[in-house]
Design a protein around this ligand. Sequence first.
Ligand code: VNL
Length: 388
Amino acid sequence: MIRRELLLAVAVGLAAPAAHAQETVKIGLILPMTGQQASTGKQVDAAVKLFLAQKGNMVAGKKIEVILKDDTGVPDVAKRLAQELVVNDKVAILAGFGLTPIALAVAPIATQAKVPEVVMAAGTSSITEASPFVVRTAFTLAQSSVPMAEWSIKNGIKKVVTLVSDFGPGIDAEKSFTEKFKADGGTVIESLRVPLRSPDFSPVLQKAADAKPDALFVFVPSGAGAQFVKQFVERGLDKTGIKLIATGDVTDDDQLNGMGDVVIGVINAHNYSANHDSAMNKAYVEAFRKANNGLRPNFMSVGGWDGMNLIYEALKKTNGATDGEKLVAAMKGMAWESPRGPISIDPETRDIVQNIYIRKVEKVGGELYNVEFATIPNVKDPVKAAKK
Ligand code: VNL
């Protein structure tokens, strides 16, 4: 009898892991699918779907289910959605975040619920400090702005006007560009800002023209670059001899080809170009275009792709365990090849370390691309590096 009960207990015990293996790991994907930042939502969502199609929805014996929610670009909406995803859907991971204020609004929920917040698409430096559960696969604005300042000085640009969107990433871009440019001997004549919502660039472009700098350094978020370039031309700034220099958010692959030949020659710095020369990227661009009616993947898409890779690899390391602290510990220090090049997660800051490329807009096969011509390898977020 006793022996039989023991056998039964063993059988139940053995059956338990099998039942466990059928478990679903839910990922709450919060993105701006409508509104001003809808292109970012579309790009990240498409990359997540492509990842699932290529890698399958099983990892470490668990079934992955992605629940997509549209935050409409509004932080309060994102916060409510994150709460519902954690409490009702019991998601193990929150991911996405197309705007800094949204990533920041959700951070306290990640902390409280002990759920990893994988930031795929927002770039203000401080986001990783808002919760010990934030891990970023996107970029920071200082990562691209500091190399842009360095390149400018080395290439004879002495006087600059800066023009940024007036919110977290824009302020980081302005500050980090200005600090580096001044430290290397340059002068910033004027620092102009435009509102994030429905920006009118005309008044600031007039001021920029009047200041007669060697170059205008610009950051506007993904999705706003085409509108900026249109007004740059309408105001006649392309005829003034003022060079346009930028973070790659402005010459975004999502819109670049529609901007017209006026952007040919624009020098900018960024983490990803659809034109990046690697076997992995060629395959990525081709598969992405095929699955999305010819849409060209941009830097937001690779944040989504790599965010999924980070989650999959972390689950492999924990053998499928979804404890938030274990997952974040597994993510720290992780390194892999991305379509953008080699990347890793800084174990100290949970922020991304990646190559930054200096690029020039050129026509390749009849289409406009950011063509990389110099690489600054393994760039950590300069803002956090300076604090240490
Ligand atoms: C942010 C940064 C958003 C860079 C962007 O596009 C961007 C952000 C929507 O941190 O909110 O290109």
